[in-house]
Design a protein around this ligand. Structure first.
Ligand code: RM4
Ligand code: MN
Ligand code: MN
Length: 405
């Protein structure tokens, strides 16, 4: 392996170093019960409290070595004592990552939150995000990750420009409450739950908002939030160039916001995204080194912890393959107008079997070479399924989030 990579202008030590530095954040809500709008299936042993979610996340980190931070969703994960949560996470070798406000599950948000025509409701929504900023400070996080369900279902339902003014005004109030060093990541999605218009439908709208707000605001790309056929790699390239790529929510999709295992449907697209990032980094792009890589998955029919590990591994493999692109050969082919040659440079990296290399990295890090096998062998899933079946949690502590869970 090393010899063949050496022949392709690849510095294998640099590749190994990059892989060891790479981290991905997992979401607390990926460990609890969730489902589709038709049914939430209970998974035996699924985490019910923030502590259980953190314990599960620690298992993912234990076998992958690259998932030290965990995103939280408020109020799903709300607790009274954030200091205790921070300490508990630290004791597990974790830290709390992005804090996600929830602006979609209160009755008052039926017609919107930050964009609502009623000022009192907008103020309530803003106050919730400000509370999340305070929580982030208490747990030592520097990211607020904002997704809105706001939109309209029918033409004429509301004035689209007025909604935009309200959105900007609400975001400006939120932005003013950010302490130094904290970033506001603005996530977009082209539809759902609203179907005629969505107030943050695409990367362009998020980018405009971020640019109007200031340098602490960036765009968050959720890979499941685009119409069919959208070239996400090109969006990534443009955001990197504008220095506004704040982070990712990785998951995969086939039809809508499917939230499937990362890389399970369109693995080549995932590779192309990382190819843009690695290419930008090699060119000295400063944004490329400050991206928050996060997973946003809420599994439905598969074992939650194993599925999370699989997602993490698929992200790591796509990144590794992007590191293996022979950039000199690629540039040469591009500038010679060699269309097929350039494509074949990418294909060569993409088709490389990186499993032996990644097993080697893990062995060097003191980890088992196969994380899924190691997790299965640990007996953790069976143990918590037994314990959590008998251990009743207080309704005030239960925090799965998804309706019906
Ligand atoms: C949304 C979006 C958000 C996530 C919620 C649960 O579709 O992806 O990031 O917080 O789902
Ligand atoms: Mn998301
Ligand atoms: Mn989503």
């Amino acid at each position: 392996m090393q010899n063949s990579l050496g022949k392709q202008n690849i510095d294998i030590d640099a590749v190994l170093e990059n892989i060891q530095r790479f981290t991905v954040e997992t979401p607390s809500w990926g460990y609890g019960d969730s489902g589709t709008r038709f049914k939430v299936f209970h998974w035996p042993g699924a985490a019910r409290t923030l502590r259980e979610k953190l314990a599960d996340a620690a298992e993912v980190n234990k076998v992958t070595g690259m998932c030290q931070s965990v995103a939280i969703h408020i109020p799903w994960d709300k607790v009274d004592d954030w200091r205790a949560v921070k300490d508990y996470a630290n004791a597990l070798g974790l830290r709390i990552g992005a804090v996600n406000p929830n602006l979609f599950q209160e009755d008052v948000y039926r017609l919107g939150s930050l964009c609502h025509f009623d000022k009192a409701i907008r103020q309530q929504a803003v106050a919730h995000v400000v509370e999340c900023i305070q929580i982030a400070q208490a747990v030592g996080s520097n990211i607020i990750s904002l997704w809105l369900a706001d939109g309209t279902n029918y033409p004429g339902q509301d004035d689209l420009r007025r909604r935009r003014y309200r959105l900007l005004d609400s975001l400006q109030t939120i932005y003013a409450a950010l302490p130094a060093g904290m970033r506001l990541l603005i996530e977009y999605k082209f539809f759902e739950p609203a179907f005629y218009s969505t107030d943050l439908p695409d990367w362009g709208t998020s980018l405009l908002m971020a640019q109007k707000l200031g340098p602490q605001a960036d765009v968050l790309v959720d890979t499941g939030h685009h119409p069919q056929g959208t070239n996400i790699a090109q969006i990534v390239a443009q955001l990197l160039d504008e220095d506004r790529l704040g982070g990712f929510h990785f998951n995969d999709r086939r039809y809508a916001d499917d939230d499937l295992i990362v890389g399970s449907q369109n693995p080549f697209d995932l590779f192309c995204i990382f190819n843009e990032i690695v290419g930008a980094e090699v060119d000295g792009n400063s944004n490329a080194g400050s991206i928050a890589y996060m997973i946003d998955q809420s599994h439905n029919i598969e074992p939650k912890i194993e599925a999370m590990i699989q997602s993490v591994l698929n992200v790591q493999a796509a990144y590794t393959k992007a590191l293996l692109v022979d950039r000199a050969a690629l540039r040469e082919a591009q500038e010679a107008g060699d269309v097929l040659g350039a494509y074949r440079v990418l294909q060569a990296a993409y088709e490389t079997d990186v499993r032996p290399l990644l097993s080697e990295v893990r062995t060097r890090q003191g980890l088992a070479p196969d994380p899924i096998a190691a997790f299965r062998a640990s007996g953790y899933a069976e143990r918590v399924a037994g314990e959590r079946a008998t251990l009743v949690v207080a309704p005030t502590e239960a925090s799965s989030g998804y309706p019906g869970a």
